[in-house]
Design a protein around this ligand. Structure first.
Ligand SMILES: [Zn+2]
Length: 188
């Protein structure tokens, strides 16, 4: 069954349950999707470090960059690797800790009401076709279950935390993403 299940797990995702999540405020309507990028160490792809960070098992000694972030409690609902592989750390119904101090259309605390998707990458490295395809697929699945996430309620992290965050960055092709998202919807 190619729909999100009752707990909010996406089909085809490798499940890696992160402790960095909690309940959303009672009665919250999920009506925002936030796109991010991340790489660990920055600019290097393919290691297991992002997963380690979200599972609170990042080795602070493995790289100089890791020491100050190893104790930070963060997560995202989803991570799309460079080859399009999908990992899910938090079921969509729960609150993942991805946005930090943030505001969308005047409303603060975006974690409360959003779903966060991380793309493995950097602000200025082109994302892969496999990533766009997987992101479009995830968006279609998420919007089918959370129709309040209209196309104008899909934002970059930089948009909800301006001056503090720059991801997904200039390399992220919003036009291509929206085109793929909408065409996959019309394909059913
Ligand atoms: Zn981000």
């Amino acid at each position: 069954m190619s729909t999100i299940d009752a707990e909010g797990w996406l089909p085809g995702a490798l499940q890696r349950l992160s402790p960095n999540a909690d309940e959303r405020p009672p009665g919250t309507l999920i009506d925002l999707l936030v796109i991010h990028n991340i790489s660990l160490p920055p600019g290097e792809f393919g290691g297991g470090w992002i997963e380690d960070l979200f599972l609170n098992r990042l080795d602070p000694h493995a790289h100089p960059y890791f020491a100050p972030i190893a104790g930070v409690r963060v997560s995202a609902h989803l991570l799309v690797r460079r080859d399009g592989e999908l990992l899910q750390f938090v079921p969509c119904d729960r609150r993942a800790w991805h946005a930090g101090v943030s505001s969308f259309a005047g409303r603060e605390r975006c974690n409360d009401y959003s779903i966060g998707i991380e793309l493995e990458g950097t602000d200025d490295t082109p994302f892969t076709p496999a990533q766009y395809a997987q992101l479009a697929r995830c968006t279609r699945l998420i919007r089918a279950r959370h129709p309040a996430i209209t196309p104008d309620r899909i934002a970059g992290h930089s948009e909800i935390a301006p001056g503090r965050k720059t991801d997904p960055g200039l390399a992220f092709d919003w036009g291509l993403y929206r085109q793929l998202m909408l065409s996959s919807e019309s394909d059913g």
